[in-house]
Ligand binder design. Structure first.
Ligand code: ZN
Length: 160
């Protein structure tokens, strides 16, 4: 958050009207909708909050879009497992497939570190947070199944 404060935001910052919740351009003295006066200190804080909220939601949207790859990862895991078992005879390529869920899991983790404790987020933010929990569970489940498959192959006595 501190870096987004220092950096000039790429998009025009918005301020939420304290009275009617309308988004206004930063720098407006009065809300054009309800004529509420906008205090400049309030405007600065609100602009930061709105910016943080927007960032959290748009990043969550992209991460959620990656959920589609989870199903490809499941199919890919099964496919590579089959190649390992039938062509190699033991797990070889399968160890690398564990790296597949690691990347999205790291990205989701970073999301939670950056935005997870944002207590004044709006409903859109709360929905984004629920979606991030869903994505987290999805990728964790895939990783868990992969690790179980590897563990099972280790605990099985080597076939002669
Ligand atoms: Zn207003």
């Amino acid at each position: 958050m501190s870096e987004s404060l220092l950096k000039k935001p790429a998009v025009h910052p918005f301020v939420e009207c304290p009275n009617c919740k309308q988004l206004l351009e930063y720098g407006a003295d009065v809300c054009p909708r309800c004529r509420e006066e906008i205090d400049s200190d309030y405007a600065l804080v609100s602009a930061v909050v709105v910016h943080h909220n927007t960032q959290a939601c748009s990043l969550a949207n992209s991460i959620k879009g990656g959920d589609a790859f989870a199903y490809i990862a499941i199919a890919g895991s099964a496919f590579i497992y089959a190649i390992d078992v039938y062509a190699v005879g033991s797990l070889a390529l399968f160890y690398f497939i564990v790296l597949w869920p690691v990347m999205p899991l790291l990205i989701i983790l970073v999301w939670f570190i950056r935005f997870g404790r944002f207590r004044i987020g709006d409903e859109e933010y709360l929905r984004a947070k629920r979606e991030m929990r869903g994505s987290l569970l999805l990728w964790l489940a895939i990783l868990a199944v992969q690790l179980i498959v590897i563990w099972a192959s280790w605990s099985r006595p080597p076939s002669t």
